[in-house]
Design a protein around this ligand. Structure first.
Ligand code: ADP
Ligand code: MG
Length: 144
């Protein structure tokens, strides 16, 4: 096990439906610490750059439109095995396939408006946390 950092986004449907507290609570009760966070309304360029890996996918344009439809809450989570643990708490991309008790099973509206984003590997976690937060904005559990 390793102490890791991962990027979390509460997507526009989650913010719109007042789910921020309930989602943060799931992170904290599962051993993940919020070490940086802010609310932000993404520009089209920010959303396109963040999701650049999906540029060729048929849903890319709709995804960018949806992600820019309202404010999101962007956070860095830290903890043992944080990347996989966060993905486990989130559940599968398609809420119909997400395990019971996961955020997406409980809250997601559709495969697109699926309430949360989480990095999927150490490389994407490093890129995604860096896309939104400078190192000096991340207050590690070890130093704060
Ligand atoms: P995840 O968010 O679980 O890592 P992906 O990285 O595959 O999933 O996709 C990124 C996001 O794109 C998803 O969270 C979802 O909002 C959207 N998306 C994925 N697949 C589809 C699809 N088939 N139709 C519409 N939107 C999709
Ligand atoms: Mg992904």
């Amino acid at each position: 096990m390793a102490l890791e950092r991962t990027l979390s986004i509460i997507k526009p449907d989650g913010v719109r439906r007042n789910l921020i507290g309930r989602i943060f609570s799931r992170f904290e009760t599962n051993g993940l610490t919020i070490i940086a966070t802010r609310m932000h309304h993404l520009s089209r360029a920010e959303a396109e750059g963040f999701y650049a890996v999906h540029k060729a996918r048929p849903f890319f344009n709709d995804l960018v439109t949806y992600m820019t439809s309202g404010p999101v809450v962007i956070s860095v989570l830290e903890g043992e095995n944080a990347i996989a643990k966060h993905r486990e708490i989130m559940g599968a991309t398609d809420p119909k396939k997400a395990a019971p008790g996961t955020i997406r099973a409980d809250f997601a509206e559709s495969i697109e408006a699926n309430t949360v984003h989480g990095s999927d590997a150490p490389e994407t976690a490093a890129f995604e946390t860096g896309w939104f937060f400078r190192g000096t904005e991340q207050f590690s559990v070890a130093t704060r």
